[in-house]
Design a protein around this ligand. Structure first.
Ligand code: ADP
Ligand code: MG
Length: 339
């Protein structure tokens, strides 16, 4: 009798691949290991260092992170203004690294719409609100009558129909930003990108602008990606993606629990290589540095400080059937649970 054949590594890998979901296959926005290096006067700044992001069609996602973490760089890439150094970036099926100049123009005109923080960057000061909204349609070759009708509908949807004949200088900051959203939507883009759209507004006004973004997401089905510093905005979307040092580091998902409360669950992002960024407050609380001890449990992975005391026969010694986690285990999935 011959011994059972040991499965070759290739067989195991093929088997694993069959069970692995195709990474971001149906994603509307997909960044995989995205890198953007700026070179100025011989000095390199790595603004994005292997960023991963997957957003489905119709999602409303907030991007948060400290100043300088790479949020604007990411949005510039997604808007087609900037070209990444390496990695994969795809939006609505368009590959942002291999676009020709002509593709890029069409992409920026028809596939994405954007709203910037500075109201003056969004609107031309010598055109009325309606003319500002019509301009992108004119550039795309839309018919005059259709343009006027669509501009009217969009201004109505954004609650600024009565400002149609005013110039930006005659409107409040919030009205200008809502008009800017209408401009961004003029050519019916699939994705709307907003970089701190409420950054220059006061609380109540920024609430109106955020509500407007949410309305266009819900009513027009447009995928929305909003960079924000505003906790009131970040706290009210279904998904918040945290960026740290040019990488996606964490995600907060909000969902209704069975009793109708909204629960927020914290997640870390696991990249394809299996890398995980632990929240800094977690690692600091347990003084984890440089190296941590891991143990595979039945339904989670335990993570301990390197020199945490090993209890004889305790869970910290390794897998134990049905064992409860002890000490500093950082366990998935989610640490909030239902209650
Ligand atoms: P955020 O929007 O999160 O504040 P940015 O994307 O603007 O961050 O910047 C990320 C990093 O890249 C920062 O260190 C910033 O100084 C640098 N950076 C951004 N734009 C440029 C540029 N055009 N040239 C050189 N460095 C840049
Ligand atoms: Mg920025």
């Amino acid at each position: 009798m011959s011994p059972p054949r040991e499965p070759a590594l290739a067989d195991l890998e093929a088997e694993a691949a069959r069970h692995r979901p195709a990474f971001g296959r149906d994603a509307h926005v997909l960044c995989d290991n995205l890198v953007r290096i700026y070179k100025t006067e011989g000095v390199e700044v790595v603004a994005l260092q292997g960023l991963d992001l997957v957003i489905d069609a119709g999602e409303l996602v907030a991007i948060v992170g400290a100043s300088g973490s790479g949020k604007s760089t990411l949005l510039n890439v997604l808007s087609g203004l900037d070209v990444p150094t390496a990695g994969v970036a795809r939006v609505a099926g368009v590959d942002l690294l291999s676009m020709t100049a002509r593709d890029r123009l069409r992409y920026r005109r028809e596939v994405v719409g954007f709203v910037w923080q500075q109201t003056t960057r969004n609107l031309l000061p010598y055109l009325t609100a309606a003319e500002n909204v019509e301009l992108p349609m004119r550039l795309a070759g839309g018919r005059r009558r259709d343009r006027a009708a669509r501009a009217g509908e969009l201004l109505e949807l954004l609650g600024v129909a009565d400002r149609a004949r005013l110039r930006p200088g005659e409107m409040s900051g919030g009205e200008q930003q809502r008009t800017a959203i209408a401009v961004a939507l003029a050519n019916a883009p699939k994705v709307i990108l907003a970089d701190e759209p409420t950054g220059e507004l006061d609380g109540e006004t920024s609430e109106e602008v955020f509500a407007a973004l949410r309305r266009v997401n819900r009513e027009l089905g447009v995928t929305a990606v909003i960079v924000t510093h505003d906790p009131a905005v970040a706290g009210r979307v279904d998904r918040t993606v945290g960026i740290r040092d040019g990488r996606t580091s964490s995600e907060t998902l909000r969902r209704a629990s069975s009793d109708g409360r909204i629960v927020a669950e914290e997640y870390a992002v696991l990249d394809r290589a299996g890398r995980l960024q632990l929240p800094r407050d977690f690692t600091a609380a347990l003084r984890m540095e440089r190296r941590v001890r891991l143990a595979l449990e039945r339904d989670h992975i335990g993570v301990w400080p390197q020199d945490a005391e090993r209890e004889p026969g305790g869970a910290a010694d390794g897998p134990e059937p049905g064992g409860e986690e002890r000490g500093g285990a950082v366990s998935g999935p989610g640490r909030t649970g239902d209650g």
